[in-house]
Design a protein around this ligand. Structure first.
Ligand SMILES: Cc1ncc(COP(=O)(O)O)c(C=O)c1O
Length: 387
């Protein structure tokens, strides 16, 4: 079959591929510990679920305005004013089913064929997919371990040029849990102004920062007018399956992105949006409690990994991923991830699922029980010792 160029290079997210492989192994009767998929293992925050269920009972099951319910857009604007210091209104907010539309649609609205788009590598696989679909030229910037998995700024400076239309950043980042420093964000903001490029800041893990305060690049002077923030409810409120996210952007761009939502999606489920209003305006204790529990799991996992001969792992500053360095084994990360799944029954991802610069690393999601993390560490230690 012949397909359009825009879809020929597309590949599925690695996590779905490993999940299918792990489920196959489970069908054969073997036990697998799942540390591959990046989603909270906690149930959706209870008051949020209740609000969503009540909305269904109240018949809120029809179309809504495609940019989202005015009350939700307003709550998102207020929340981002108080948490990130962004001077925005509901007009700047476009709601979508998940955060992914706020990556894809602004890219489609801004990038012309031949425009260059800078993005992190290793990075969330959707970045490369959306650049390809838009016809842009993907320009990966390596994230360096020495630099706490923020952009290698020397490499960045060499790659950015007058053809750069968009710079994608993700802090705290998937797959590394790295957080960009204020000085790195200031550097990127200066360069984006110099080359008149847009910045797409994926802030889906902004409520999952373990030390210090989250800083949005959009809050730096002059950046609000050239930044799109992608954010959502999936991780913070354990709502991956509800499909609720949003983009924050200048009003003119929001108008165009809304047209794409209108034609490609229609609108986001009404009851999901009602649940989102409750998530933002209701009590936040469970969100804080989840973060505390992730921190305990992170500490257990990272100290356990560092005790396994051959592995070294930095302490991730955000999100719920560890990204251990496994170069000393002299095997590709794909080989090692397969070995650990098949021999140890531990499902995790090769760093190369996030791009070529992920070689030499594994991604482990620690949104899992302490018991499972302990068991996974024992199994990995035993099987890695046999190499
Ligand atoms: C960095 C990053 N951005 C965006 C998303 C997409 O979030 P959603 O499921 O809300 O579309 C994810 C999900 O894993 C992610 O890790």
């Amino acid at each position: 079959m012949n397909f359009a160029n825009r879809v020929t290079g597309l590949e599925p997210e690695g996590a779905y591929v490993v999940l299918a492989h792990a489920q196959q192994i489970e069908k054969e009767g073997k036990s697998v510990i799942h540390l591959e998929i990046g989603q909270p293992d906690f149930p959706t925050v209870e008051n949020v679920s209740t609000a969503g269920k009540r909305a269904i009972d109240d018949g809120l099951t029809r179309y809504t305005p495609s940019a989202g319910l005015p009350e939700l857009r307003h709550s998102i604007a207020e929340d981002n004013l108080s948490r990130k210091g962004l001077d925005i209104t509901a007009e700047n907010v476009v709601v979508g089913p998940g955060a992914k539309p706020s990556l894809f649609f602004p890219t489609l609205a801004l990038v012309n064929p031949g425009d260059e788009v800078i993005y992190p590598n290793p990075g969330f696989p959707t970045y490369e997919a959306m650049i390809q679909v838009a016809g842009g030229i993907p320009v990966p910037v390596p994230l360096s371990e020495e630099n706490n998995f923020a952009f290698d700024l020397d490499a960045f400076d060499k790659l950015v040029n007058k053809n750069t239309r968009l710079i994608v950043i993700n802090s705290p980042g998937n797959p590394s849990g790295g957080v960009f420093s204020r000085s790195a964000l200031e550097h990127i903001s200066r360069v984006s102004m110099e080359y008149d490029a847009w910045v797409l800041s994926d802030e889906i893990y902004s409520r999952m920062v373990y030390e210090g305060q989250f800083l949005s690049i959009a809050s730096l002077p002059g950046m609000l007018e050239r930044t799109i923030i992608c954010d959502g409810f999936s991780k913070t409120f354990a709502m991956t399956g509800w499909r609720l996210g949003f983009g924050i952007m200048p009003v003119d761009l929001a108008y165009k992105v809304n047209l794409l939502v209108n034609h490609a999606v229609g609108s986001t489920a009404h009851f999901t949006q009602v649940a989102g209003i409750e998530a933002l305006n209701g009590p936040q204790v469970l969100v804080d409690e989840m973060l505390n529990r992730y921190r305990i799991r992170r500490d257990l996992l990272v100290s356990g990994l560092n005790k396994i001969p051959g592995i070294s792992c930095q302490v991730p500053q955000g999100a719920f991923y560890a990204f251990p360095n496994i170069r000393s084994f002299g095997k590709s990360s794909q080989w090692l991830a397969n070995y650990l799944l098949e021999e140890a029954g531990v499902a995790l991802l090769p760093g190369t699922s996030f791009g070529e610069f992920g070689e030499g690393f594994l991604r482990i999601c620690y949104a899992a029980s302490l018991e499972n993390i302990r068991e996974a560490l024992d199994r990995m230690g035993e099987k890695l010792a046999q190499l």
